[in-house]
Design a protein around this ligand. Structure first.
Ligand code: NAD
Ligand code: TYD
Length: 361
């Protein structure tokens, strides 16, 4: 492991994947300064980072990536030498209702960060940054940019983009801009596109935590359409391990697909979850499944996502550490053991944590 000092900006670090990444980097790389920039939207929760918030190599910065002046000042002040960009509006259903939020955060916000990095890292301004060799703008993206598959085939790094929801279109647009800044201005960039994540600290609007939370409290679990849509699931800690590898060893200018070869129809996944929940909650077999409720399908619902992640495995040696069964059981255990976290999220109390913890200092 390298002991080079680095000053890294992680955006969206109070969110689901971002908080796992921040935790991993703060613990694993004590010689790096980890700056977590997050605007604390409904999806940002500083309670996700309670265990590392006082670490000496961690700094939280509350701020909005859509505010160009603020972002430029921030880069001038802190002189980051690398950016790992996760801040985004991330929920497809919300993008159908409010696409503009996705345009501003996911596209305009990304361009603001690209411009600030380009200005800071331009040749002749190196006194503002550490060694040029460390400069990297890492765009964390999704497999949804590739569109929807029928029942055969996989997304590879060369699959043409064909986004079909406002969310995936905004991420695709941001990915194109990242690559365009790499090509046009020579900005050192890398992009990874990952499949659906699940695990601890995921906001309970996404399928798996929503279903766990609803089953726990005996509420209906909505299944869109016939439940036949297929997603490819990856445990979040395996995703952040992949990001770590790509960040340190990925080829500049390249793209890496990340996925666990874990395709499931939504209905199969939820049925599996129901039997785990029955067992863990000590309820009679079949009780959770009674909560499944078929509802109107999502508009434009993509049928199938499936990632071919052989490149990152062959070139960087990454592979998932858990099977889907293991990851799902671990995830259920985490939600059942962290009632307080779930209760704060569902009541909205988590939104006061920043004032309570940071303003008293
Ligand atoms: P999330 O919604 O849990 O977290 C997003 C974070 O970004 C939140 O903390 C939020 O407060 C912050 N944020 C939003 N708007 C902001 C703004 N204008 N300024 C500053 N911060 C802002 O998302 P996630 O599921 O953790 O996803 C993180 C990234 O990974 C996203 O870019 C997403 O597209 C990508 N991704 C997610 C998945 C998945 O399955 N969740 C899969 C592949 C890729
Ligand atoms: P989601 O977790 O929103 O992730 P994404 O849309 O980014 O893949 O949804 C996963 C799948 O589950 C998707 O096919 C939509 C479906 N779904 C339901 O059937 N019911 C729900 O309540 C939710 C949130 C999603």
């Amino acid at each position: 492991m390298s002991d080079i000092q680095r000053n890294i900006l992680i955006t969206g670090g109070a969110g689901f994947i971002g908080s796992h990444l921040v935790r991993r980097f703060v613990k694993r790389y004590p010689h790096y300064i980890i700056n977590n920039l997050d605007n604390l939207t409904y999806a940002g929760n500083l309670e996700n980072l309670r265990d590392i918030e006082t670490a000496s190599n961690y700094r939280f910065i509350k701020g909005d990536i859509t505010d160009a002046a603020f972002i430029n000042q921030l880069f001038e002040k802190h002189r980051f030498d690398a950016v790992i960009h996760l801040a985004a509006e991330s929920h497809v259903d919300r993008s159908i209702v409010s696409p503009m939020d996705f345009i501003f955060t996911n596209i305009v916000g990304t361009v603001n960060l690209l411009n600030a990095a380009k200005t800071l890292w331009q040749p002749g301004k190196t006194e503002h940054a550490t060694s040029e060799i460390n400069h990297l703008f890492y765009q964390v993206s999704t497999d949804e940019v590739y569109g929807s598959l029928d029942h055969g085939g996989y997304f590879t790094e060369t699959t043409p983009y064909d986004p079909r929801s406002p969310y995936s279109a905004s991420k695709a647009s941001a990915d194109h801009l990242v690559r365009a800044y790499g090509h046009t201005y020579g900005l050192p960039v890398v992009v990874s596109n990952c499949s659906n994540n699940y695990g601890a600290y995921q906001f309970p609007e996404k399928l798996i935590p929503l279903a766990i939370n609803n089953i726990r409290s005996n509420k209906a679990v909505p299944i869109y359409g016939k439940g036949e849509n297929i997603r490819d699931w990856l445990w979040v800690e395996d995703h952040v391990a992949a990001i770590d590898l790509v960040f340190h060893n990925g080829k500049r200018g390249d793209t890496y697909n990340i996925g666990g070869f874990n395709e499931r129809t939504n209905i199969d996944l939820i049925m599996q979850l129901c039997s785990i929940m029955d067992e863990k909650l000590g309820r009679p077999a079949g009780s959770s499944a009674k909560l499944l409720t078929y509802v109107k399908d999502r508009a434009g619902h993509d049928l199938r996502y499936a990632i071919d992640s052989s490149r990152i495995t062959n070139e960087l040696g990454w592979k998932p550490s858990l099977t889907f069964e293991e990851g799902l059981a671990k995830t259920v255990d985490w939600y059942l053991a962290n009632e307080e976290w779930l209760q704060h999220v569902t009541s909205g109390d988590y939104q006061h944590y920043y004032e309570q913890q940071y303003h008293k200092r």
